[in-house]
Design a binder for this molecule. Sequence first.
Ligand SMILES: [Zn+2]
Length: 183
Amino acid sequence: MIIVTNYDLVENPKLGVFVRSMEQIPCPCCGSRLHVIGSRQRKFLTSESQCNILVIRRLKCSYCNRIHHELPDILVPYKRYASEAIEPVVAEDPNLSVAVDESTITRWRQWFAERAEHMAGCLESIRMRYGIGSVEGPPAPSLSVLQRIWHYVGNAPAWLARVVRPIANTNQWLHTRSAYCPN
Ligand SMILES: [Zn+2]
């Protein structure tokens, strides 16, 4: 799984909306070059619960042979809803207007609560290794985990996309406990 930020969405009336990436992200597992081997459909739901179909590329690493799907940053890996639907829910935005039921809201908040520490830790290690994000030092320990995440990516809209991209592209995005590339 890799995440691209720089892309066009090109509509094909029969097949769906193609994600035409303008980025070349290296393999998250080994850093080698990825090449395109095909595409597949990826459904997602907007915050109005409208279903859309994207056509995303399947990429294969020239060195380790692992296959990665290339997601535009409007999506969160393994989530059916778009990032813009999930973001205000997990931030507990008081002006929430998302067309999902209470159980979905509870599930997303639980999902975020379980992973937020991991996300903050990844952002901190990525900042140290690559200098991405905030140029300031580590956040104050008294801050909440969400505030610590915002310390690195800011709290302007699309903050969740800014969290997902560096973590997924360095192979640290959690799905299950075994989601890492095996060594
Ligand atoms: Zn590789």
